[in-house]
Design a protein around this ligand. Structure first.
Ligand code: SAM
Length: 261
């Protein structure tokens, strides 16, 4: 009998271990993306590859960017991955008017500024760490995402502060739910939605973005990760609108892409 119990315990331990080791793979299997996954080289022509030789293809000049990386000992919160930043920076090169929801440390804002033309205007909207009382959780909002808004609203100076490119950047410290986007309507070439990840904020930022976008303008959402608790509301909103909007999830990233064609 005791041998039987021991075998049961061992089997259970194994199952739990296998689950934790393969958590990511299991989650990927259970939570499938509703959006078509596609390589960036297939959605936007600047990323098309150049034939170098029979067995080698590489980037064109359009996507060779100025870049930097943040090392893990520099504990900056809420950032894009280097590949995501590369995609956004490359798209910034031909954008005159750029808008970002959610500045945080300003990593992506900085990349946009470093890689866009001298007359490009970048506006980034973010919460003032001293005025977090302006936000409240809606009943439909995910708890973890709301907590992250507080945890990520900690910077008043940014990675680009003091750099020459700072003059291209305008920071608006405001709750995006109160943001009046009237003056931006139909004017923006590139929008990066990476502000609050609660349902009410993602919906608000996205609806305003669709109106702010120029013809052929591009919207990128960050953190489309089915199965990730803090991204639950982002996934829910994007899945909802995927029935009426042509959206693509970019392979190897958490970015969702939309072009106003
Ligand atoms: C994930 S971080 C942004 C990361 C940044 N885009 C980057 O790539 O480095 C989220 C940011 O959104 C801001 N944010 C969250 N909710 C907001 C709201 N309702 N209005 C404006 N900004 C908001 C936070 O203050 C924080 O700076």
């Amino acid at each position: 009998m005791s041998l039987y119990i021991l075998v049961c315990i061992l089997c259970l331990t194994n199952i739990v271990l296998i689950f934790f080791i393969n958590k990511k793979k299991i989650k990927k299997f259970i939570y499938k993306s509703k959006i078509r996954k596609i390589d960036i080289t297939e959605i936007n022509e600047i990323f098309k590859l150049r034939n170098i030789s029979e067995n080698l293809r590489g980037p064109t000049q359009d996507v060779i960017i100025k870049s930097f990386s943040i090392t893990s000992n520099n504990r900056i919160v809420g950032m894009t991955s280097d590949q995501e930043a590369w995609i956004i920076a490359s798209l910034s090169r031909k954008s005159k008017n750029i808008f970002e929801f959610g500045t945080c440390s300003g990593k992506t804002t900085y990349m946009m500024a470093l890689n866009s033309g001298p007359d490009t205007q970048i506006t980034s909207l973010t919460l003032n760490p001293n005025e977090l009382n302006v936000i409240s959780k809606n009943s439909e909002d995910n708890k973890v995402s709301f907590r992250n808004i507080i945890n990520e609203s900690i910077y008043k100076k940014f990675l680009f502060t003091g750099d020459e490119v700072e003059k291209k950047i305008k920071i608006i410290f405001q709750n995006s739910l109160d943001f009046n986007h009237r003056e931006y309507k139909g004017k923006i070439d590139l929008i990066f939605i990476d502000g609050g990840h609660t349902y009410s904020v993602v919906k608000n930022d996205s609806e305003k973005s669709f109106e702010m976008l120029k013809k052929n303008g591009i919207i990128l959402w960050h953190d489309y990760v089915p199965g990730k608790r803090s991204a639950k509301d982002v996934v829910r909103y994007i899945d909802e609108i995927s029935n009426t909007r042509k959206l693509y999830c970019i392979n190897g990233t958490t970015l969702v892409y939309f072009k106003n064609e």
